[in-house]
Design a protein around this ligand. Structure first.
Ligand code: IMP
Length: 429
């Protein structure tokens, strides 16, 4: 039971990178299992900032095996650029491998992503325009290209001829857009093939071997539970499954081998893109939290929407993922506030809800039910143990855990490694 799953408990950007960094040195293997280069996190190691989109941040540790699993969609160009950036920073990338079953983002996917968003008008989702949704669409439609196809040029060419006919027809007839040229795509992708080839692997035997030898494995999630294609605030979601279930299917690791599921939550809530957000703060207070918390996206630079901690969302994430350990990040961002609010549920059409309802319009217009707690109005950055935190801060943290239904094992009060207060290491035994 040496497998740990790490998921984002809200709408992404919970600070998962920092937790992965904390745990990566203590595991033998880190596996990324869904999403693509729509994700992004920054890790500061030895004073140097490293940005990650596709490659697991475990790569910073030369002894950790880093796997990009088959549930991920890989933009080969973005992958190679990220790889080169890390190599130039002196990072050893020999321990990196890419599943031959992972699907690829093709050049027409980002174009279709943007055109699709424009066509939705006011109902747009606010995607990252990285082509992630269209790539997953094609995977499910069974016209996707997999990383392993790069090793089969004749097959790639034959399939592209058929698929590109469909794509070009959509581009011209639906959107009046220019077509893509088959030869140009082939040349581009076969060029990538040569450079990606050393990283392509059938990851099944690698993972099975690690399981058999009881190696410690960390499954690194991207995005968050409320962005899950099934459990999230559909259609304002991403196109993959950022849940514990998705981590298993996206890596080929059976649920029975999972020893711990860790949920990372921010001490308040943020979301980028559109969609319902019951506890959103649209006024001055929201702006203040955004500025103090530097709430601007790593991938797109967009300003994040900000709101109170939503424990109805938290409880939903804990119970649908089996989260048994919470990491609460960015607690210091709340340091100056005189009073804090925790949302415990919603009232919609006269009915009390303890979890986000499927009806998106009801969720958008519901009234959150709040509990008010006193703020601590003391800086927490210098605290190094949980016991050092002000009493009101500890009370807030314990209440978050109580309402969500899992223990808060780690608290983060700043961006650096020393700002992480560990009560219990959130890792499977
Ligand atoms: P897509 O994943 O680019 O299709 O975007 C769908 C939705 O998920 C949009 O609201 C994005 O802003 C959101 N999203 C995708 N990746 C992330 C992430 O890493 N953090 C936060 N939101 C994300």
């Amino acid at each position: 039971m040496s497998v740990t799953i790490l998921v984002g408990g809200q709408w992404g950007d919970e600070g998962k990178g920092k937790v992965i960094d904390l745990l990566a040195d203590r595991v033998d293997m880190v596996v990324r299992s869904q999403g693509g280069n729509n994700a992004g996190h920054t890790v500061v190691a030895q004073g140097v900032e490293h940005r990650f989109h596709l490659i697991p941040s475990g790569i910073l540790n030369p002894d950790t095996l880093c796997v990009i699993g088959h549930g991920v969609v890989v933009d080969p160009n973005a992958f190679l650029q990220e790889l080169e950036r890390h190599q130039q920073a002196g990072i050893d990338t020999r321990n990196l491998m890419l599943s031959d079953r992972a699907h690829m983002v093709m050049p027409y996917h980002p174009v279709l992503d943007k055109l699709g968003e424009e066509m939705r008008g006011d109902d747009r989702l606010g995607t990252t325009w990285r082509g992630i949704g269209p790539a997953y669409e094609d995977k499910v439609r069974r016209i996707g290209f997999r990383i392993g196809d790069l090793q089969k040029p004749a097959f790639l060419e034959k399939k592209l001829r058929f698929v590109l006919r469909l794509k070009n027809e959509t581009l011209t007839k639906m959107y009046g857009h220019a077509t893509f040229d088959e030869r140009a795509i082939l040349d581009e992708y076969l060029g990538y093939a040569e450079r990606i080839d050393p990283y392509i692997r059938d990851i099944y035997p690698v993972i099975q071997d690690a399981l058999q030898h009881d190696r410690r494995i960390l499954l690194e999630g991207a995005q968050g539970v409320l962005l899950d294609i099934d459990l999230g605030t559909y259609p304002y979601v991403t196109s993959s499954a950022p849940t514990a279930g998705g981590a298993c299917t996206g890596s080929g690791i059976p649920p029975s081998r999972v020893g711990r599921t860790v949920g990372v939550f921010k001490a308040y809530t943020t979301r980028v893109g559109y969609g319902p957000f019951p506890t959103e703060l649209t006024g001055e207070l929201g702006d203040r939290i955004r500025e103090v918390g530097h709430e601007y996206g790593t991938t797109t630079g967009r300003a994040r929407r900000v709101g109170w901690f939503d424990a109805a969302v938290g409880r939903y994430a804990v119970s649908t993922n089996g989260i048994d350990s919470i990491v609460l990040t960015k607690v210091d961002v709340l340091d100056a506030l005189p009073t804090l609010r925790l949302c415990t549920g919603y009232v919609s059409k006269g009915e009390l809800w303890d979890h986000p309802m499927a009806n998106i319009s009801h969720l958008k217009h519901c009234d959150p039910v709040y509990e008010e707690l006193p703020g601590w109005q003391t800086p927490t950055r210098d605290c190094r143990r949980f016991e050092d935190l002000p009493a009101a801060c500890r009370a807030y943290i314990e209440r978050v855990g109580e309402l969500c239904g899992a223990a808060v094992d780690v608290v983060s009060v700043g961006p650096d490694r020393e700002h992480t207060l560990v009560r219990r290491l959130p890792l499977a035994a």
